[in-house]
Write a protein that binds this ligand. Sequence first.
Ligand code: SF4
Length: 288
Amino acid sequence: MEIIIGKTAGFCYGVERAVNGAKEQQTRNEKTYCLGEIVHNKNVVNDLKNSGIEFIENIEDAKGLTIIRAHGVKKEIYDKAKEMNIEIKDLTCPSVLKIHRIVAEFAEKGYYIILTGKKNHPEVIGIESYCGDNYVIVYDEGEIEEAIDIIKSKNIENVLLISQTTYSSKKFDKIEEIIKEKIGDDINIEVKKTICPSTEIRQKETEDIAKQVDIMVIIGDRKSSNTNKLYDISCEFCNKVLFIGNAEELNLEELKDAKKVGIMAGASTPKDDIVNVKNKILGVSEYV
Ligand code: SF4
């Protein structure tokens, strides 16, 4: 059986930076808190928990230095931490911080913001807090009509179309096309395709591999937005796709008729998980 592993599978630079930053903090022997999951991967979170980091859901529960996760938090959290005199170690990915800056700048200029992304995703919740009052979140083409009705009914002159970092590149292009077509030339539309390069390259590679193999194996956490996208893309181009959290969840029976297997992993999936899946398929008993 041939196995193709994506070159871009596993940690992106933002996740690597956040996880290394948290580990480095641990070497200081100082009680450390982390607000929410640092990345969407329970193995990574459990490792950090075991090393002593306390994960909290509310900034009010912090009693010392607090880490901000890779996909950022709401603006209000920084104000609250300041009020509580809590030191923040901000490990928000620079690509996410860039979106915060852009939406804040355009909201200030009075633009109506259309944000493509998933409602209630932590990254989107953070971005929303910088958008002011005039914005809408659009998940797919089916939700564009509502956004266009709002724009027309409010006589809006300027619109910013922007995206969550892990949104599908193809879906964004389609949404841009539909919005431009429906809104016409009377309204000024600024487009900022802020899907992070690492996400775009990974999605492209997933498509390329999915087209060549009998089965695609996607490794990552169900809560990870970018991993879910890899699963969706694989389903478009490959007849059989397995979504697993780690090697233990892989049922080898599912692979028994495959000649070529593709492996891809989300941006928050550790390298060890990928190696373990490969080894299990190859019948190598050693686990990392
Ligand atoms: S997926 Fe992109 S935006 Fe998100 S942490 Fe990784 S590099 Fe940053």
